[in-house]
Design a protein around this ligand. Structure first.
Ligand code: GLN
Length: 512
């Protein structure tokens, strides 16, 4: 068995799981180490919206007792985790990064959260996110942005920047995310962590606060491909509470991650993803990764997916349309915020709704509700939503044609390394372009993963490579991801994340 580092927060989830199983360490010790780390650094990083110290320790104690009693436990039992604040947690606040849900305590757990609890993973807290998962930087969170541990003046990606920064700052060994257009993969890319968007329907959506139901997919985030696979196996599987859940066993992701074998695999480089608009360093690290895959025994070809050029435009009609409908439930009547209009005696229900939605939603959410309501309105429906759905079908056809020739596709995950906080906030289009490479997978429902590809610019910031597989073949992401990860660890002399400056140091250097 691998020796654990003295600082337990630096260990992989797989190694922690091994040490817990052999009773070398207890879950209380690991959980406490993480709570101490959170107390020391989250003031600078702001990964968490809520930390559940007592709850996490109680769950840790419970799992230690079950182990002591000789119960047979799941592979990750006792390893703590951070949960994105889009997932309902019974008795714990769930805000979705929005003022409209401030103070709401859900009466039930999302299925994913139930699975985590049953598998014995203590929940450390809830991670920050762009409001209702709309964004690529966490700057749209109503509670202030999270920061990138590589450089605290930069964004950690979004919408799941709380979950990516929690991993990169060693404030949790594992985290959950949701990916509607890239919110697991793009944050992973800009923080040198790993994230998977499973096949649509592979992980339950029950208890996720919906953004765009036909695109939303929950998935695992970790610091290594194997850790991410172990979490994928816990989160995934059929759920009768979700009508789009796939009724089949979780693909063999852990076995694939352990085998880490790409020999004889056919890998397609997507011609449309990686040209204009991609930073030269991001492209260089991507090309190197592809060369490594070839050295490892894969066969690499270029593949064209011509309709990917229209993916962003189609997404920004379909997503706002679905979001405008999903967010209609925040009406000040059932739960969440209620604001009374000023200076109105005896206000009508409509006036209370308007005042509440005006005060409770941020500018990006309002922008998308207006856009979606317009796109769905009678007379415009066919021209906008209808056309976007046709483009969506063409994108699915591009994938189908590509997978007739290759086993997986690859591209850079995001066009650039992490940008500075504030740089793209006033320019929605610039913000949207961060997801240009990740969105096609959501439109087609196919699985995707991002792993770090190396340091990609003069500031020493990391970039990511995206791997895409056919629907239900999620295990291929892990075969390719784990093989490439091992080759890159050799090439860089260790995990890329080890190159991140120590947080205290970075903050001290900036005079914080
Ligand atoms: N950044 C994309 C958006 O703003 C993706 C969001 C997501 O995946 N939740 O829509």
């Amino acid at each position: 068995m691998t020796d654990l580092p003295t600082d337990l927060t630096r260990a992989t989830a797989a190694d922690l799981a091994g040490a817990l199983a052999s009773k070398t360490i207890s879950s209380v010790e690991v959980t406490q180490a993480y709570l101490d780390r959170i107390a020391a650094v989250d003031g600078q990083v702001h990964s968490y919206l809520h930390v559940d110290t007592d709850g996490a320790l109680a769950q840790a104690r419970a799992v230690d007792e079950r182990r002591a009693a000789g119960e047979s436990l799941g592979a990750l039992a006792g390893v703590p985790i951070a949960v994105k604040d889009v997932m309902t947690t019974k008795g714990l606040p769930t805000t979705c990064g929005s003022k409209i849900l401030e103070g709401w305590i859900p009466p039930y757990d999302a299925t994913v959260v139930t699975k985590l609890r049953e598998a014995g993973l203590p929940i450390l807290g809830k991670t920050n996110m762009d409001e209702f998962a709309m964004g690529s930087s966490t700057e749209h969170s109503a509670y202030g942005p999270s920061r990138n541990p590589w450089d605290l003046d930069r964004i950690p990606g979004g919408s799941g920047g709380g979950s990516s920064s929690v991993l990169a700052s060693f404030q949790a060994p594992l985290a959950t995310g949701t990916d509607t257009g890239g919110s697991i993969r793009q944050p992973a890319a800009v923080t040198a962590t790993v994230g998977t968007k499973p096949t649509y329907g592979g992980v339950s959506r029950y208890g996720l606060v919906a953004l765009a139901s036909s695109l939303d997919q929950a998935g695992p985030c970790g610091r290594t491909v194997l850790d991410t696979a172990l979490l994928h196996a816990v989160m995934g599987g059929h759920d009768p509470m979700d009508s789009t859940s796939i009724d089949a066993p979780v693909p063999p992701v852990v076995e694939a991650a352990r085998a880490a074998d790409v020999r004889g695999m056919r890998i397609g480089v997507v011609k449309e993803l990686g040209g204009e608009g991609y930073q030269p360093g991001v492209r260089a690290r991507f090309d190197e990764s592809v060369a490594l895959l070839e050295e490892l025994g894969a066969e690499v070809v270029e593949v064209s997916c011509p309709n990917f050029d229209y993916a962003l435009a189609a997404y920004y009609l379909i997503l706002p349309s679905e979001a405008s409908s999903n967010l209609a439930k925040f009406d000040a009547m059932r739960y969440g915020l209620r604001v009374l209009p000023e200076g109105v005696d005896d206000p009508s229900a409509e006036q209370v709704m308007a005042a509440t939605r005006d005060a409770g939603f941020g500018p990006e959410v309002k922008r998308r509700i207006i856009l979606g309501t317009y796109a769905l309105s009678s007379g415009y429906y066919d021209a906008y939503y209808g056309s976007a759905q046709k483009v969506r079908a063409l994108i699915a056809q591009d994938f189908a044609a590509a997978y007739g020739r290759v086993d997986v596709l690859v591209s850079p995950t995001a066009p650039t390394t992490a940008f500075k906080l504030g740089d793209k906030l006033e320019d929605p289009m610039a913000m949207y372009l961060n997801d240009i490479a990740t969105i096609p997978a959501n439109l087609a429902g196919v699985p995707g993963m991002s792993i770090p590809s190396g340091l990609a610019d003069e500031d020493g910031l990391p970039a990511g490579i995206q791997i895409l597989a056919p629907a239900t073949k999620d295990e291929r992401l892990y075969s390719v991801g784990a093989a490439l990860e091992a080759a890159l660890v050799d090439r860089w002399g260790g995990p890329i994340l080890d190159r991140a400056p120590e947080l205290g140091g970075a903050a001290a250097a900036k005079g914080a």
